[in-house]
Design a protein around this ligand. Structure first.
Ligand code: DOR
Ligand code: ZN
Length: 344
């Protein structure tokens, strides 16, 4: 198969940042996706429906002429989020979910939730109104090994939450382990997961063998090859619990290539080509459409897109870098490398 036509895909997990960064991120992401769940970990975070609507307007101001892009907004859950705010989500046209970052888990998560039990009243409301809870699923205690943080989150945080709130809609974001994949498979259809291109295409050897490659550093961190294999298996299985979320996260080159480099891979501009590469390598290119274009919309209760895109099996060279902010660069995931599928 050398040409495939898909329903236009959506990105159910993306970071666009704010201000001048939007000049870069919005044209890149909207060249690929019709909708995107826009993560709220700004400084300060997006905590209310009012702030989310204002952020959405700033995003829309950067959508290129003629491009139909529909940012879906998310509120950042804190220890102090009020239950009234959840009611407001229900009435809002543009806000679709709430994101839980355990405090300190990743970029701009200092205002995150310090103990899940602090937000049980909010989870009750989310369950009642069927508003999805999006999770950065890692515990943060310093004594827990970074490679075990996702698994520990499943056992210590998520299992009790599901027991308490069995009808709560949950998306376990950017899963990285076989443990998370199996956990999601074992739950009801209220529990789903997103998977990034980097966790399908790479493992920790790619990041660490032959020298540290900071552009592969993201959180949750890349795991061993057997986890990568399971992620690829579930992503290409046709199971609607698993769908596309790039976690594309812009950081300037000097913030990545640094003695204390930031976490995040920038994949927005070639995201669907990266996923096509992974699916084709697994011999399952025909399963890409469900994962990229159907299952996320179905989970969120939104209509599937009506436009289509076409991919051809031709070389696609990932740009070496992109201009970013005043005078900086972003190095995208697989910069300068050749992918096998190209969106036309
Ligand atoms: O690698 C990551 N980068 N993981 C996250 O969870 C956040 C993201 C960011 O905002 O840079
Ligand atoms: Zn993210």
């Amino acid at each position: 198969m050398n040409t495939i036509t898909l329903t236009q895909p959506d990105d159910w997990h993306a970071h666009l940042r704010d201000g001048k960064a939007l000049e870069r991120t919005v044209p890149d992401l909207s060249s690929q996706f019709h909708r995107a769940i826009c993560m709220p970990n700004l400084v300060p975070p997006v905590k209310t429906v009012e702030e989310a609507i204002a952020y959405r307007k700033r995003i829309m101001a950067h959508v290129p002429e003629g491009v139909a892009f529909d940012p879906r907004m998310v509120l950042y859950l804190t220890d102090h989020t009020s239950t009234d705010e959840i009611q407001k989500i229900k009435q809002s046209e543009h806000v679709n979910a709430v994101k839980l970052y355990p405090a300190g888990a990743t970029t701009n998560s200092a205002n995150g939730v310090s103990d899940i039990r602090n937000v049980y009243a909010v989870l009750e409301q989310l369950q009642k109104h069927q508003v999805p809870l999006l999770l950065h699923g890692e515990v943060t205690h310093s004594h827990i090994d970074i490679f075990d943080r996702e698994k520990r989150f499943l056992d210590e945080v998520l299992q009790p939450v599901i027991q308490q709130f069995p009808d709560l809609k949950i998306v376990l974001e950017h899963i990285t382990t076989a443990d998370a994949a199996q956990f999601v498979l074992a739950q009801s259809d209220k529990v789903a997961a997103t998977i990034t291109p980097q966790h399908l295409l790479f493992n920790r050897n790619d990041m660490l063998v032959g020298g540290i490659k900071p552009h592969f550093y993201c959180l949750p961190i890349l795991k061993r090859q057997s986890h990568q294999a399971t992620l690829l298996e579930v992503a290409t299985s046709g199971n609607p619990k698993f769908f596309l979320g790039t976690d594309s996260a812009p950081h300037a080159q000097d913030a990545k290539e640094n003695a204390c480099g930031c976490a995040g891979c920038y994949s927005a501009f070639t995201a669907i080509e990266l996923y096509a590469q992974a699916f084709d390598q697994a011999g399952k290119i025909e399963r890409l459409e469900g994962f990229a274009s159907h299952f996320g919309a179905d989970f969120y209760g939104l209509p599937r897109n009506t436009q289509q895109i076409t991919l051809v099996k031709e070389d696609c060279i990932v740009p070496d870098s992109f201009n970013y902010l005043e005078d900086q660069k972003i190095i995208p995931l697989l910069a300068g490398k050749t992918l096998q599928w190209r969106k036309v």
